[in-house]
Design a binder for this molecule. Structure first.
Ligand code: AMP
Ligand code: MG
Length: 281
């Protein structure tokens, strides 16, 4: 079965019923970590080859297609690790990775999608959003950073925006890395006990942790309202990093396979160019 079919957030999906320690589609292995490392690097080679075709095709003509991976998760959910282990296998030349933090003063003066539109990948590129416009219905909803009537409208705005992107040639792969509260506690404890991880720790993370249930509710609303046909959400159980890496790599591979990419045909006379090269020696 396709990973995308196993993990897609369909109608009636209940986040609370999805086990963050689950490993859908992967039968038990003796050494799952080692298995995943090998599998992810094999998939990585395929991803890089798809990416090259995407890039070449955009360069050669007017193919508008591009792939955008949207990563969302609770703090310590593994977004950065996913970028490093999975996205890191793409050619950096054709990658556009953008992290979204709290909006700047300038960004706040614009509609919430303004900074998102400015960060979209060009045709032929693979884009990665490390957090995204969904923060505007997650942290913003949990803390009422704008009035409810304002954030409540955003689900439809987001759906329209994403449908437009898909119409323009974007393939969206929207991934929620789903961790348990206990796993977050462990990862925060890890950050505290290791001086080389203190830079990743933010005292505010403990405050946010206090809103765990509100965040789960906000994520549930995202899955209910914004997992559309054009741009579905995938929920990746993420307590086990080896499964998370494998699942995101597999989702990306399936998205690329759906594009049926091919190298562009030469736009020059091959025989003639070979002759010219020989004559030039
Ligand atoms: P980090 O990913 O650890 O660098 O943290 C970035 C912080 O920025 C997180 O706490 C996000 O929730 C927050 N953030 C991202 N987007 C928004 C937004 N649109 N409004 C408010 N806070 C945001
Ligand atoms: Mg953080």
């Amino acid at each position: 079965m396709l990973t995308s079919d196993l993990l897609r957030a369909g109608p009636g999906v209940r986040l609370a019923d999805i086990d963050p320690r689950g490993t859908p589609g992967v039968t038990s292995r003796k050494d799952p970590k080692q298995w995943s490392r090998v599998e992810v690097s094999l998939i990585g080679a395929e991803l890089a080859s798809h990416q090259e075709m995407l890039y070449a095709d955009a360069k050669a003509g007017s193919d508008p297609r591009r792939v955008l991976l949207v990563l969302q998760a609770m703090d310590c959910g593994g977004k950065d690790g996913t970028v490093k282990n999975v996205v890191g296998q793409f050619d950096p030349l054709g990658l556009r990775i953008v992290s979204f933090g709290a909006p700047t003063k300038e960004e706040l003066a614009h509609p919430f999608l303004w900074r998102i539109k400015n960060a979209l990948p060009p045709a032929g590129y693979v884009g990665v959003f490390n957090r995204s416009h969904y923060e505007d219905v997650l942290i913003v909803r949990v803390h009422d950073l704008v009035p409810r009537r304002v954030w409540a409208r955003r689900y439809d705005t987001i759906n329209r925006f994403e449908a437009e992107l898909v119409g323009e040639g974007y393939t969206l792969v929207k991934v929620m890395l789903h961790i348990s509260k206990e796993e977050q506690r462990k990862r925060l404890a890890d950050r505290l006990s290791d001086p080389t991880k203190h830079w990743k720790y933010n005292p505010g993370d403990i405050d946010e942790r206090g809103y765990w249930d509100d965040y789960q509710e906000a994520y549930q609303a995202v899955l209910d309202r914004c997992s559309t046909e054009a741009a579905p959400w995938y929920v990746v159980p993420a307590d086990r990093k080896w499964y998370r890496n494998y699942a995101v790599a597999a989702l990306l591979r399936e998205a690329f396979e759906g594009l049926n990419l091919k190298y562009p045909k030469a736009d020059f006379d091959l025989k003639n160019e070979v002759k010219r090269l020989e004559a030039s020696m």
